[in-house]
Write a protein that binds this ligand. Structure first.
Ligand SMILES: Cc1ncc(COP(=O)(O)O)c(C=O)c1O
Length: 369
């Protein structure tokens, strides 16, 4: 029944991650409190930061978007102004969240298959002293572009602004040193590169900036500071925690360490991405993002020109064969996406490529490859 998920999540998980959920623990149970503490400590170490260097890890119930909303809604001050750097749907979502919360915003847009103009960012921050916070997506999963968060962080730091990074689809799969990138708040979730199951997001926060979020939240359930305070005080979540998801996540963290940590996982994703690119090019597909701007997480391919290509049929026929790809999310071009994160079998990409050839032949689609 399980399929290979070439998507940005939820993803395939190992049998042992799924098995880890076969226990019922109470949320006030000593063992559970210890597990939450272990997870929080491990998340800091994945970000190459620690308590001593002034960082805190805060799990938050809900999917990744809930984590983003908790950061934006809790940490941008009432009189603050948020600059959102946008080159895709997830950047647009941050803007939408801020606008819905009544936060003053500014946006800096660039094409969906390009990275932001750093000179323009410099100029914008220099010109607009009202901007207090800057947000950007690390891997813009809608296109696969990997944004230069370290270079952006250096500019944001130069101007002394608060820096928020949505690293949903990259954290755990691409090395990132939070302090060197000058990140104040990073958000990711349980079911992406750490290869756990869905159920919670988490925030890695610079303590000094977190402390200044006290009483700023625009929501009760998504109050980041209150969530952190409760975890510090009692080791417990404020509201019902996703106990089974946390058990799976602890196992997923263990398996990440056994694999060799983030550098080894990064290499696995790079290897799979390279196999995918080579195979798709050979078939005759074209990528939408220049190769030097691509992440090793997810790749966007343009629809072939042959009118016999119908995405819905292509998708269905691949799914029937056990391969789930992902529709496009771009506004400028008709594309589909293939992700290569998650616990995919070693031969998953070669098998997908064979199935793609088979389906194209069945659909009588001709490509130049
Ligand atoms: C970069 C990025 N931000 C935000 C999200 C939203 O996460 P969720 O669907 O878990 O709310 C995603 C989901 O894929 C993502 O890739």
């Amino acid at each position: 029944m399980s399929k290979n998920l070439f998507t940005p999540g939820p993803l395939n998980t190992s049998a042992t991650v799924k098995q880890a959920m076969l226990h019922d623990l109470g949320s006030r149970d000593e063992a559970f409190i210890r597990i939450v503490a272990e997870i929080r400590a491990e998340l800091l170490s994945l970000g190459q930061v620690s308590h001593q260097t002034g960082f805190e890890a805060i799990p938050m119930q809900g999917s990744g978007t809930f984590g983003i909303e908790s950061v934006i809604g809790s940490t941008v001050h009432r009189e603050g102004k948020l600059l959102v750097i946008i080159n895709g749907a997830y950047g647009e979502r941050i803007l939408k969240i801020a606008q819905r919360l009544g936060i003053e915003t500014e946006s800096l847009r660039c094409p969906e298959n390009d990275i932001p103009d750093l000179d323009l960012l410099h100029e914008t921050l220099g010109d607009d002293g009202d901007i207090t916070d800057v947000a950007v997506v690390h891997c813009e999963t809608s296109s696969g572009v990997l944004n230069p968060v370290e270079k952006i962080g250096a500019i944001v730091h130069e101007f002394g602004r608060n820096y928020i990074v949505d690293a949903m689809s990259s954290f755990g799969g691409i090395p990132l040193h939070l302090e060197r990138a000058h990140i104040d708040f990073l958000i990711s979730s349980s079911n992406k590169c750490i290869e756990g199951v869905p159920g919670f997001s988490f925030v890695i926060a610079r303590r000094e900036n977190l402390l200044s979020a006290r009483d700023h939240a625009r929501s009760v359930s998504l109050d980041l500071f209150a969530q952190w305070e409760a975890l510090e005080r009692s080791g417990q979540f404020r509201f019902t925690p996703p106990t089974h998801t946390l058990l799976a996540f602890r196992q997923a963290l263990k398996e990440l360490a056994e694999e060799g940590g983030i550098p080894a996982r990064h290499k696995r994703y790079q290897r799979q991405h390279a196999t995918l690119l080579a195979g798709m090019r050979k078939i005759g597909f074209e990528e939408h993002v220049p190769v030097d701007l691509q992440s090793p997480i997810i790749t966007t391919f343009r629809y072939p020109e042959d009118p016999s290509f119908q995405f819905e049929e292509f998708y269905e026929q691949l799914a029937e064969r056990g391969h789930v790809i992902y529709p496009g999310k771009l506004t400028e071009h008709e594309c589909f996406r293939v992700g290569n994160i998650g616990r995919l079998p070693e031969d998953a990409i070669p098998n997908l490529l064979s199935a793609i050839r088979e389906v194209l032949a069945a659909m009588r689609v001709h490509l130049p490859g």
